[in-house]
Design a protein around this ligand. Sequence first.
Ligand SMILES: *Cc1c(COP(=O)(O)O)cnc(C)c1O
Length: 611
Amino acid sequence: ICPALVLLAVVAAMNPTSPGAEGLGAIARRVHGHAAAIAAGLDGAVVHDSFFDTVLAHVPGGAEAVVAKAKSRGINLRLVDADHVGIACDEATTGAHVAAVLESFGTAVSSDAGTPAPVAAIENRGSQFLNHPAFTKYRTETAMLRYLRSLSDKDIALDRSMIPLGSCTMKLNATAEMEAITWPGFARVHPYAPVEDAPGLLKVIADLERWLSDITGYDSVSLQPNAGSQGEYAGLLAIRRYHLDRGDTHRDTCLIPSSAHGTNAASAAMAGLRVEVVKCRANGDVDLDDLRAKIADHADRLACIMITYPSTHGVYEHEIAELCALVHDAGGQVYVDGANLNALVGLARPGRFGGDVSHLNLHKTFCIPHGGGGPGVGPVAVRAHLARYLPGDPLEASSHAVSAAKYGSASILPITWAYIRMMGADGLRRATLSAIASANYIARRLDEYFPVLYTGEHGMVAHECILDLREITKQTGVTVDDVAKRLADYGFHAPTMSFPVAGTLMVEPTESENLAELDDFIEAMIAIRAEIDQVAAGVWPVTDNPLRGAPHTAASLVGDWEHPYSREVAVYPRGLGHARAKVWPPVRRIDGAYGDRNLVCACPPLEAYAD
Ligand SMILES: *Cc1c(COP(=O)(O)O)cnc(C)c1O
């Protein structure tokens, strides 16, 4: 959900954009040529005659020696068994590599062994591919640069606006944190590389396991899950296996409060648990009376509760310790969803106030870019009694792995390592306090314009707040969509819409925004409230006003203008002189629900491929 693989999809799409079909073909022929050169050099040892980039050699009893010799030349070959060695080439393979591989087999290498041999076998693709204009238009670096820039200009990203998406924790991804992931020592390590080849990455992993245990109060951490949701799944499997090992085979029920994130119920179902929903009180807190009743109802089937702290309502529920105790007393385990850890780091530890297991979202609290920015890491942390149920090495049978690689998305862990290392204990605690202060500042200042739905003790929120627009919508017809889209005209990314409560906006500023940005956002929201009041007063009809018309593109200004508000109000709502840089949305409003249900492809139509 949050760790969308958009960045990887963009990288993968850009990879062939510059070379195009001919370029890819040339790369493929070169790779195959090197594989063919190895096959030719190995003479009769290759066990198959058709291959692309990988050959399998039969060396009776000699496989280990060959692999060791290659290793001494800086090359890892695959030890398949005592008699077989696998060799894979890729576009980074050179003639020197080919020669070194052949020497490892003890084969005399002729002087031209490294030259890709001509090949016929892979030339049998007749169909055309990559004939979308994007794969032929950008063949110079200048053209490519401008193409990438034009794409990124369509986005309101963190480089132009705060992204106050509640529950998502869109904080700064600092360049100093990100730089190391481009270093070959981290970026080019294969997920199955021998441990002795990755001492640096293993140090990063060991440090992180220790630091995250320290921060959360748990005893063991696995960095394997690739997302918070995958961490939930791994954590629930651990709970399930724990019960099964103790002979509690009937414990299959997972209690989840109605305020929970949708992933909680989905993960529980995937882990084979039955979901029972626990009600929330009018103030948004988990209803402990209903919890007691549900525990009594499901007594010996109770496996666990999944609870989010602070809750997805953005509040520290002060009964959390009692809630955990109730479940423990009934023989259940407590899963604390750690997605809101940005409100806890340095202040409280889920492993010490009642949790048995949590997932963290390194792509939220610990600075790995996410959403459109890339893949995530959702470590699962447990208390000692669950440690043996953490996911193991996927290369070992019955390891209960949740990912294909032992350390999941290991190559991005240096981001979190750098963040924690640079912040230190004191810095992390100050970040948490700043995030909480910022959310409370927004809540206090906006409450009279958009009432804050839930607050905890002393009227405080945690690190995010929910602005309730339902009454405004009822009275004026202006919806959360209208406000969210209008924010784009003001140059802001919208907050989270209709989660966890329909008809509301959830705002999470994080510690990364300075007071000027917070104030500018608040003033934009207040200005939008004044526009809503104009609709309420009948100045503008509910069907045609700057909110319903938002977002306004440059193209929308061209031609006749038949709206009851001016072009200037449409695109410069705070006047031409306002200091915030103008963002021009690339498209007007789309029908999101329609788009979700109907695949709309921007490619040339299928008929274009007909001939
Ligand atoms: C983001 C989030 C999740 C899921 O994490 P992903 O990394 O998106 O899979 C679970 N619970 C809560 C409260 C969240 O905010």
